[in-house]
Each structure stands twice: as structure tokens, then as C-alpha cells.
Ligand binder design. Structure first.
Ligand code: 5GP
Length: 182
């Protein structure tokens, strides 16, 4: 096993790169089995920027024909709802397609609830969700997540796509940031 030097700002590693690699293989197989005999075109939509490493590793293990696309959204928490602003929309129409959204982490579930609604209003045939990480303790919206890589405790995590002030996305593992680095 290759030893990865732990970044000085990381307090502990929660999910190693080997665990992520193994889980991507398992999820890729599950996803392939589900979509294999569907008639409609599968489009895998990554939510920028955090999903990029997961999306890249995951799709290599999906062995059905697929398109990829990306969307960038930012969510603003209002008084009694979350507004999602689209910073970059998908490039190709999703009407009649099987959409699989790929996310880095689901916390409250509000962002994904809005994004799923957007795809439904665009006429997607079906919308499913794959997330690398889930924080069940943070959940406010009871959203159905079809594929979860790992459940993590309610701590601020970084690495493998996840940032703090745009840093640490390149770490090959998921870790907890040290308090003094915040
Ligand atoms: P939700 O709408 O589910 O509360 O928000 C999910 C989004 O919040 C994620 O896409 C991510 O951008 C951000 N987020 C939630 N928890 C964490 C975390 O522990 N670390 C990082 N880097 N981002 C997080």
C-alpha cells in the first residue's frame, strides 16, 4: 500500500484513497446494473466543482453508454426556502433522458432537492442521485439518495474535491480540517 503524506492542515483521514477506489468500483457496478436495460439515454451530471474527482473515477466503472455534463449552482438560504442560482447550466437537453446527478456531499439536502426539481421541470425521464459523502446528522430535507459512497459525521471535511476557501480539492483522501487552519 502506498503511503500518502498527510497534509499539515488535516487532523484525521476519514476515508482513504484506497477505500474511495474500492467504493467507486462497487457503485459503478450497481449503477451499471440499474441502467443496463433502460431505453432512454443516461446522462451523468456532475455538480461543479466538488464532484470532479468522484465523477472521473466513478464513470470509469460504469459500463453502459452515457453522456456527461456539468452544472454549477450556488445555494442561498432565504427565510423559509433555499434558492438555487444556476451559475452554469447543462449543455445538452435532458428531456426524456435518465439523469444521474453526481454530488460531493449531501448535508441538509436542500441543494439537491432544488437541483432534482430543476431536472424534473426540464422533462428528465427520471432523476437519481449519487453522492460520495453523506452527513445524515445534517439532513433537513428527507431526500432519496440512490447511491452513497460513505456516511461521515457532522464535521467539516475536505479533500477529494471538497474545499475550504477553494483549497484542498486535490487531496487524494477525505479528511477533517484542523481547527487552526480555519
Ligand atoms: P446541502 O444543501 O446538502 O446542505 O449542501 C451541500 C453542499 O454544502 C455541498 O455540495 C458542499 O458544497 C457543501 N458542504 C456541506 N458540508 C460540507 C463539508 O463538510 N465540507 C465541504 N467542503 N463542503 C460541504
Amino acid at each position: 500500500m502506498e503511503t500518502v503524506a498527510i497534509h499539515k492542515d488535516v487532523a484525521e483521514i476519514l476515508v482513504s484513497s484506497e477505500q474511495i477506489e474500492e467504493r467507486c468500483k462497487q457503485l459503478g457496478k450497481e449503477i451499471s446494473d440499474y441502467y443496463r436495460n433502460k431505453d432512454a439515454q443516461l446522462v451523468v451530471v456532475g455538480l461543479l466543482k466538488g464532484s470532479v474527482p468522484f465523477m472521473a473515477d466513478l464513470i470509469k466503472h460504469i459500463d453502459v453508454d452515457l453522456e456527461i455534463d456539468f452544472m454549477d449552482v450556488s445555494s442561498y438560504v432565504g427565510t423559509d426556502s433555499t434558492e438555487v442560482k444556476i451559475l452554469k447550466d447543462v449543455e445538452n437537453p435532458v428531456t426524456g433522458k435518465e439523469v444521474l446527478i453526481v454530488e460531493d456531499i449531501v448535508d441538509t439536502g436542500k441543494t439537491l432537492q432544488e437541483v432534482v426539481g430543476l431536472f424534473q421541470s426540464k422533462g428528465a425521464k427520471d432523476v437519481r442521485i449519487a453522492t460520495l459523502l453523506s452527513k445524515p446528522e445534517g439532513r433537513i430535507i428527507d431526500i432519496k439518495i440512490d447511491y452513497i459512497g460513505f456516511s461521515v459525521p457532522n464535521k467539516f471535511v475536505i479533500g477529494y474535491g471538497l474545499d475550504y476557501n477553494q483549497k484542498y480539492r486535490n487531496l487524494p483522501y477525505v479528511g477533517v480540517i484542523k481547527k487552526e487552519a480555519i
